[in-house]
Each structure stands twice: as structure tokens, then as C-alpha cells.
Design a protein around this ligand. Structure first.
Ligand SMILES: [Zn+2]
Length: 311
């Protein structure tokens, strides 16, 4: 047990010491970022004493303190089955003046399922969106797992459905799998292991900074310029700890926070179901793959380390 813990600590130190990509001249130049948060109202395990509503309160307070004008919250309405605490998340989101969008009823995966089943699950999410959004615009779809369809046929069929029903796709250009930290955070808090929590914080921040650096490099490689970005976050317990630092860090890297529609007004966000793709990954990753450009260098996947800590 003790050896396992030491090994986990050592692995953590190696990961947090991984160098963020070399600085470039344009790295801190202004860049627009639309923030989005997935899996409302229920995502990941909670540490002792924290409720879903309290997660939402703290996350919203961090966004407001940083002056973020809009954060779309993407809803899996099935989560409302958890009761009042979950429902409170959506109420708080709306009270903060932020909009909600469709993340498919039960986080249904388009890959491995047919288009009819998927579009039925998209429709099943709408009653909750109408209830909480009223006359405001909830016609944005975030694909669960960022799976947009394995084949051009499937992508075309879903794109036609979305167009008919007035939806736009909320793409993602920046992601660092922030959700990976919630389970280890809950375990470490239950054990009172603040040393490991400190390592989780540093690793999260290193990878967040790296994702913005890589996204900007990808945009310059693909389009020869900076583009407005869309960042994917999840409404997990660890964001209550990290969001203030994340938002400060992004501002220091030159980020200005903008609404989703403003970011996606850029032509790079025009739907293109026929682009060669396996239908996975964010927009820039898919574009890089379709042009046979190599995946940019990045720090190692922290999952093996995260899976071992605080067991
Ligand atoms: Zn999701």
C-alpha cells in the first residue's frame, strides 16, 4: 500500500514537471474563447459534503467574478431524475443569466447507434430545455463524446435533422479532459490527502495552459491565423476548486471570453459533414487528421496516474 502510494506520488511529480510547450511569440496575443460546460446537471462523483447545487453555485460565482459574459450549459435531462438538488443546478444557471443547450437526453452516443435512435434522444432532451429556457434560444447541440458520426452518410443525416430543427453544433477547439480529475479529487478529499490534491491542481493547470497553446498552434497551422476558440469544460466538483485559477491563467495567456455565437460566426465553424474523418475529436483535431497533419506534441495522458491516486 505504502509503496503503491509512493509510486503514485512519483508519477504525479513527473507528470506535473512535464514541460508545457515552448513559448512562442504570439502565445500571449489576444484570442477569443467561448466557454462551454457539459453534463449539466449531474457529472462525476462528489467529495463528502458537496451537493450538485453547491457545485453550480461555486462554478457560476467563478465565471461571474472573472466577467465571463456567457457560458452555455449543455444538458442531459435524464440527470433531473436525481431530484431537487439536480434541478436546482439548472435553475441557478438560468438565474445567473446563462443559457442552456442540448447534450442529448441520456448522453447518448451517436457512434454504434443508428441515426433515428440518436435524433429521438436529442428530441427527448427538449422538454427540459423549453421549461428552463422559455423563449430564449436553446438550439445548440453538443455531441456526447464529441462523436459526430463515423461515416459521411451518418454525418449528413444528422446534419440534415439538426438543420431542419433549427440547431447549430457547438463545436470544441480546446479541451484537456478536465473531467478526469473529479473522481481522484473526491477520493483524495474523502481521505484528507491535501498533498495529492495539490498535485492534481498543478497537473490540471499545466494541461489547461498547454491546451490553449496547442489550439492556437493548430489554428495557425490550419488557417494561418488565430481563430476564436470554443473550450469544453464539465460541471464536476474539481471545477469548484480550479475555475478561478483556470480563468486567471487563460486571461494571462491573452484570452478574452466571448459568447458562443460570436466565436462560431467565424467561417471555420461552417458544417462540413463530407470532410474525411472518423467522427471523433474536436474540430481542429479532425481538420488536422483530414489533412494528414501530425498530432501536435503534448504532455502524457494523466489517466494512469489519476486512476491510482488516493485508492
Ligand atoms: Zn458530455
Amino acid at each position: 500500500m505504502r509503496l503503491k502510494r509512493l509510486l503514485a506520488l512519483a508519477a504525479g511529480l513527473m507528470l506535473t514537471a512535464a514541460p508545457v510547450l515552448a513559448r512562442e511569440g504570439a502565445q500571449d496575443a489576444p484570442v477569443q474563447v467561448a466557454l462551454t460546460m457539459d453534463d449539466l446537471p449531474v457529472h462525476g462523483p462528489l467529495p463528502p459534503g458537496l451537493t450538485r447545487a453547491e457545485v453550480a453555485r461555486r462554478v457560476l460565482a467563478a465565471f461571474k467574478t472573472a466577467g465571463v459574459p456567457e457560458v452555455y450549459g449543455f444538458v442531459n435531462a435524464k440527470g433531473l431524475e436525481e431530484g431537487d438538488d439536480a434541478a436546482q443546478v439548472l435553475t441557478l444557471w438560468r438565474q445567473a443569466g446563462y443559457p442552456l443547450g442540448n447534450h442529448v437526453y441520456a448522453h447518448d452516443d451517436l457512434h454504434g447507434h443508428d441515426v433515428a435512435a440518436f435524433t429521438a434522444a436529442v428530441t427527448a432532451d427538449e422538454a427540459a430545455l423549453k421549461h428552463y429556457m422559455g423563449d430564449a434560444d436553446w438550439h445548440w447541440l453538443r455531441f456526447p463524446y464529441l462523436h459526430i458520426g463515423e461515416t459521411p452518410e451518418k454525418r449528413r443525416a444528422v446534419a440534415a435533422f439538426l438543420k431542419d430543427h433549427g440547431y447549430r453544433v457547438a463545436e470544441v477547439t480546446l479541451s484537456f479532459n478536465d473531467y478526469l480529475y473529479n473522481a481522484p479529487y473526491a477520493r483524495c478529499m474523502a481521505k484528507g490527502d491535501q498533498a495529492v490534491v495539490a498535485q492534481l491542481r498543478q497537473n490540471y493547470l499545466d494541461r489547461a495552459a498547454e491546451s490553449l497553446t496547442i489550439g492556437r498552434q493548430q489554428a495557425r497551422t490550419l488557417y494561418g491565423r488565430d481563430v476564436p476558440h470554443v473550450m469544453l469544460l464539465h460541471i464536476g466538483a474539481f471545477e469548484t476548486v480550479m475555475l478561478p485559477e483556470l480563468l486567471s491563467l487563460m486571461k494571462a495567456q491573452g484570452a478574452t471570453f466571448v459568447p458562443l455565437a460570436q466565436a462560431e460566426a467565424d467561417p471555420i465553424y461552417a458544417p462540413n459533414p463530407d470532410a474525411p474523418s472518423d467522427g471523433t475529436g474536436g474540430l481542429l483535431d479532425r481538420e488536422m487528421a483530414s489533412r494528414h497533419l501530425p498530432t501536435p506534441a503534448h504532455s502524457p495522458d494523466p489517466s494512469p496516474w489519476l486512476d491510482t491516486v488516493c485508492r
